[in-house]
Design a protein. Structure first.
Length: 312
């Protein structure tokens, strides 16, 4: 009986085994697709295109001539912003446009500096450092003394003073964003540094002239903070427009180092004037004077023409 059952099962399994597909041999890998488009251009031209795309902001990389997915994606991003077809390959018209704009850019930036030695010998760099010093003196002068100013005109507790002292920083944040975006949109820097400096000076002057009331003082100091913080974006765009290569790192560090002296000078000056006069009015007017000086210096600078590629 067992033999009969085993024989029957074997007979049922044979047809299924016979119909099972034979294992297929592994297919050979398809050969890699041949390079096409920009990857076939001469090395020098690929480097030139990558440099142009870095300048337009579409490629965040180095111009080494190696053409891969990142470079192709940068071309598509550029074509999308210019309203063209996103093919990933520049047309002759697009390449000519990039080359023409870069040539115009170099002509307008003939006075840029590529080495740290050239940058240090540039009077414009030292002028920017002086402007930043004036701004930082006002910046830290108000930052360190804001709670004491509020406490001197009110009987509020320390906890309430600390909370109220945060209000001007809200205005500062708004100024930082609004003025920075407007400066980028108009591709203009000098007036977007000078006018906020004057706004800050106006806020300090109003603080001295207005009635000594917490709400009024907070409002006038918020005006000052709006202007002071609003200078930061446009100001730091100016050294990067005139420096390139090793000069950019060294020059920006120089401006930052000189400016940060104001981190000591501003609070010290405010404290010294307070001790000498018995109040904050003289110190606030001094900070206003530094901001006015910064505005006058930056307006005398010749701003490099920033040939930025617009997306519209």
């Amino acid at each position: 009986m067992r033999i009969t059952t085993a024989f029957a099962l074997l007979c049922l399994a044979l047809p299924a085994w016979a119909q099972a597909p034979a294992p297929q041999a592994a297919k050979p890998k398809a050969p890699a697709a041949k390079q096409s488009g920009s990857a076939l251009l001469p090395l020098a031209e690929r480097i030139a295109i990558q440099s142009d795309l870095i300048w337009t902001g579409d490629l965040i990389s180095i111009a080494d001539g190696e053409w891969g997915d990142r470079s192709t994606a940068a071309v598509k991003a550029f074509q999308k912003r210019k309203g063209g077809s996103e093919t990933g390959v520049l047309t002759s018209e697009e390449r000519a446009w990039l080359a023409q704009e870069m040539a115009r850019e170099q002509a307008h930036r003939a006075d840029t500096h590529a080495t740290l030695g050239d940058a240090v010998r540039s009077g414009r760099l030292w002028a920017l450092a002086a402007v930043y010093l004036c701004i930082v003196i006002a910046f830290y002068g108000i930052t360190f003394w804001l709670p004491q100013i509020m406490q001197s005109i009110s009987d509020l507790g320390s906890a309430v003073i600390v909370l109220l002292s945060a209000i001007p920083y809200i205005a500062a944040t708004i100024g930082l964003v609004v003025i920075g975006r407007r400066s980028d949109r108009r591709h203009e820097r000098r007036w977007h540094v000078a006018i906020p400096c004057l706004i800050g000076a106006t806020g300090f002057t109003l603080t001295v002239m207005a009635p000594a009331h917490p709400a009024v003082t907070l409002a006038t100091l918020s005006i000052a903070a709006f202007g002071i913080w609003g200078t930061m974006g446009p100001l730091w765009a100016m050294p990067t427009a005139m420096l390139r290569g090793t000069a950019a790192a060294g020059g920006i560090a120089l401006v930052n180092s000189i400016g940060n002296i104001g981190g000591f000078a501003g609070p010290y000056l405010m404290g010294w004037i307070r001790e000498a006069t018995g109040g904050f009015s003289g110190g606030l007017l001094t900070l206003a004077a530094f901001l006015i000086a910064g505005a006058l210096i930056v307006l005398r600078l010749q701003e490099p023409d920033e040939r930025l590629v617009q997306g519209d």
